[in-house]
Design a protein around this ligand. Structure first.
Ligand SMILES: O=C[C@H](O)[C@@H](O)[C@H](O)CC(=O)O
Length: 272
């Protein structure tokens, strides 16, 4: 199995708290992005001290309360399934803070991390304020929820988006990359993909490849899987009959999303 593909690896770490994914610099090739998926039983509490990391706490499904020990946000979350296809609530918590998440009902929480030195204010990113963007044409259509974009000054280095791609369509396509710290031409952002499928038994194909093909992995990605993108192009193809969801975390030395399309496939964008 590709080293870039992570299957769910559940571990109950305390009463009602199950870690489903925990991507760190210690167990991945990523240095700027950390990623965690946590399942919480009703009433369960997850607590974390952040150190020099900032974190976007996403109420992926279910309802949660979040506190940074100064502010408390209650009943966050808008959906029982990501395939309700509506934005959800998130909370940005900066470095050197401690946060607690408590489940109001059964909840899945996604924790998105990137390095941070300058402490910024904790911020509730309300679902109603999440930008919804429809991209693409022909069989390249997808819908994007922009939770933390590169133009959002709420975070130091973190970008978080979620993408919906209906069956028979491609996204993160034409293939693009952002693996060179070469602004203004291209930025260097590492990336993770957290995937869900509807129906659950579905799969997508995701390729991660570099110009020199030093990385060239084509993966069958299933519900709940994570794909790591340390470098390279990273297109996703969705079979007919299934809908794809993924949540992206991106971070790098500069919080600018300046990608470079694979020249061989950029013509896709020119179709009338
Ligand atoms: O670089 C960003 C990620 O590849 C996705 O968020 C991608 O941009 C989604 C899309 O535009 O299809």
């Amino acid at each position: 199995m590709s080293k870039l593909l992570r299957k769910p690896n559940t571990e109950e770490t305390s009463a009602g708290v199950t870690i489903v994914h925990d991507v760190t610099s210690g167990n991945s090739p990523l240095e700027y992005v950390r990623f965690k998926v946590v399942d919480l039983a009703p009433g369960a509490l997850y607590k974390e001290e952040l150190g020099k990391w900032e974190c976007c706490i996403v109420a992926l499904t279910g309802k949660i309360n979040v506190t940074d020990q100064e502010q408390t946000f209650e009943n966050l979350g808008t959906r029982e399934s990501v395939f309700e296809k509506k934005p959800t609530d998130s909370v940005y918590v900066s470095n050197d803070r401690t946060f607690e998440v408590t489940a109001v009902n059964s909840a899945r929480v996604v924790l998105c991390y990137s390095p941070s030195e300058k402490q910024l204010p904790t911020k509730l990113i309300k679902a109603e304020n999440v930008g919804v963007e429809h991209r693409g044409k022909y069989n390249n259509k997808r819908m994007v929820h922009n939770m933390l974009t590169d133009s959002d000054s709420s975070a130091n280095s973190l970008l978080v988006v979620e993408v919906y791609t209906d069956g028979g369509n491609w996204s993160s396509y034409p293939p693009h990359k952002h693996d060179q710290d070469n602004l203004p031409h291209e930025s260097f952002l590492e990336e993770t993909y957290y995937h869900e499928m509807n129906p659950r038994q579905g799969f997508v194909f995701q390729r991660v490849y570099t110009d020199d093909r030093s990385i060239d992995e084509t993966m069958t990605v299933e519900n709940g899987d994570v794909v790591l993108v340390p470098a390279g192009y990273h297109p996703v193809g969705v079979p007919d009959g299934y809908d794809s969801y993924y949540l992206n975390v991106m971070a790098g030395p500069t919080k600018i999303w300046k990608f470079h399309n694979d020249p061989a496939h950029e013509w896709i964008l020119d179709r009338k």
